[in-house]
Design a protein around this ligand. Structure first.
Ligand code: MSP
Length: 484
């Protein structure tokens, strides 16, 4: 038998300076849907997520709460894990960049490769640093002296740092992106990064910082052979995608799963992933990931969801009110992975009532009531990827069109509903029981295919429907209507 195909997907690692909001939940949820889909079709998958901990913004948040930074980190990371559990995120590993066993040796091994390639040099540097971005920014990025994204004034920094010779790799990075060897999806983001490289080229990047006196031991990956310096946070953070697989240590997972099939990320961190990261890998002689899925922002009432604007929707709140699968459903189907997508509480409720309470929930109840009342014994056939529905979903998922894949499922739901209304099986069973039962059997078969297709999107619901079909019984109400 041929070896199983592997599928390695990563999410960005999240900054643990505050709780995650629905925007972060979006990245992780669509990632989980992609991984579950690949698992369902038989691929051997590996799913990585984690937290990006060696940051100034985390230290500042901890100090503000009067907490010791490493303790503060543990508390926030525990909250991330519990949110991911509630969202049904089936990750294989949660990497933390303060993990000195899993992360540091690989990050340092990668650094040494850059040194060997003569791509690290020391330079006195002065510039403006935005703590919100954890990056240097330029005067022209500022509005009224402040970073427009974070509303804070940057710090002026003058220090001696190690630099990474990113400029050297600009032509090769451009070539890999143009040729889709590094496939940036969607096309608009590919154009964006290519025209950025063309317009501005790629400058060398500051890749280390002097260790700050107020940082505790255990925070910040020491630069090999110079522990007065710690790695620039993006340098160590990007490395997580390979350190998690044991790069530079026990490389069993690394050999099996690298290069990644897809890094999922938001549009704000495109340059880090499509320029700096490929540059580091080229320098180190490590293969590049196959693709980047760059999604848009979740907005609320038309504005970017952000704490400053006060329009943050807490995923925990939605989860408590509607449950895991309803939240996953909304994020998967009502937001395009390629554009910004809006979510309001009213919009959420409307979609829930129309497509889950009615729509799916209603159709399942209709079909299974017919089965139960007429004592239909169901015979299920596994179509093994050959049905029209499965093929449509396969095409959509291969192009990361997650919302379209979900749309195919809902067209099937509508089709079954329409058939029941038109064919009136509840009448046919009375006049012609054989024919009536055959009709019902047909709906159940379709319902079975739907429930299988639903697994990546709504795993709990999928399981409940399959159990109901196996028991020839109507399930309890799947989605209660919300009236106010
Ligand atoms: N720590 C870096 C990533 C390092 S990856 C080596 C980071 N962290 S973050 O916590 O700020 O953001 C994590 C992800 O959440 C990013 O992909 C970002 O685009 C995404 N989102 C943050 N706000 C968002 C929305 N409002 N909507 C959708 N995604 C958003 O960046």
């Amino acid at each position: 038998m041929a070896d199983k195909k592997t599928f390695y997907l990563t999410t960005p690692i999240f900054y643990p300076n505050a709780k995650l909001h629905l925007g972060h939940a979006y990245t992780t949820t669509i990632s989980d849907i992609l991984v579950r889909y690949h698992r369902l079709i038989g691929d051997k998958t590996y799913f990585l997520t984690g937290s990006d901990e060696n940051t100034q913004k985390m230290v500042e948040a901890a100090v503000k709460e009067g907490k010791e930074p490493l303790k503060f980190l543990d508390e926030i990371v525990a909250k991330f894990a519990s949110l991911f559990r509630e969202l049904g995120i089936s990750y294989d590993q949660f990497i933390r960049t303060t993990d000195q066993k899993q992360h540091w040796p690989g990050a340092q091994a990668l650094w040494k490769k850059l040194v060997e390639a003569d791509d690290i040099y020391k330079k006195a540097y002065e510039g403006l640093y935005c703590v919100g971005h954890e990056a240097f920014i330029t005067e022209k990025d500022l509005v009224d002296g402040k970073c427009p994204d974070h509303g804070t004034a940057p710090e002026f920094i003058k220090e001696e740092n190690y630099f990474f010779r990113l400029s050297k790799y600009a032509p090769e990075i451009k070539r890999r992106i143009e040729s889709d060897e590094l496939h940036v999806v969607p096309q608009s983001r590919k154009n964006e990064i290519l025209s950025f490289i063309e317009r501005e080229g790629l400058e060398d990047v500051s890749f280390s910082r002097p260790r700050k006196a107020e940082w505790p031991q255990g925070l910040g990956v020491p630069v090999p052979r110079d522990d007065s310096q710690v790695m620039y946070v993006w340098c160590d953070a990007l490395a997580n995608y390979i350190t998690a697989l044991g790069y530079g240590q026990d490389e069993t997972l690394y050999k099996e799963f690298w290069p990644a099939d897809v890094h999922v990320l938001g549009k704000d961190i495109l340059r880090f992933h499509a320029a700096i990261w490929p540059g580091m890998l080229l320098s180190a002689g490590v293969p590049l990931p196959k693709s980047l899925l760059v999604h848009g922002f979740i907005t609320s009432g038309g504005k970017k969801m952000s704490k400053t604007l006060g329009n943050v929707i807490d995923p925990e709140e939605l989860l408590a009110e509607y449950g895991t699968d309803a939240v996953r459903y909304f994020l998967a189907r009502h937001i395009s992975p390629f554009e910004d997508g809006d979510i309001t509480r009213e919009g959420f409720k409307e979609a829930y009532n129309a497509n889950l309470a009615n729509g799916l929930g209603n159709m399942v109840a209709r079909v299974m009531t017919l089965v139960e009342k007429n004592e239909v014994i169901t015979l299920l056939i596994d179509s093994q990827g050959r049905s029209g529905l499965e093929q449509n979903i396969a095409t959509a998922m291969a192009q990361f069109r997650i919302n379209e894949a979900a749309d195919y499922i809902w067209s099937e739901i509508q089709r079954i509903d329409r058939h029941i209304t038109e064919e009136e099986p509840f009448k046919v069973v009375k006049t012609d029981p054989v024919m009536g039962k055959a009709l019902i059997q047909h709906y159940v078969q379709d319902l079975y295919l739907i429930s299988r297709a639903l697994e990546p999107f709504m795993p709990e619901t999928s399981k409940k429907i399959i159990e109901a079909i196996m028991a020839n019984k109507k399930p309890e109400n799947l989605f209660a209507r919300k009236d106010q």
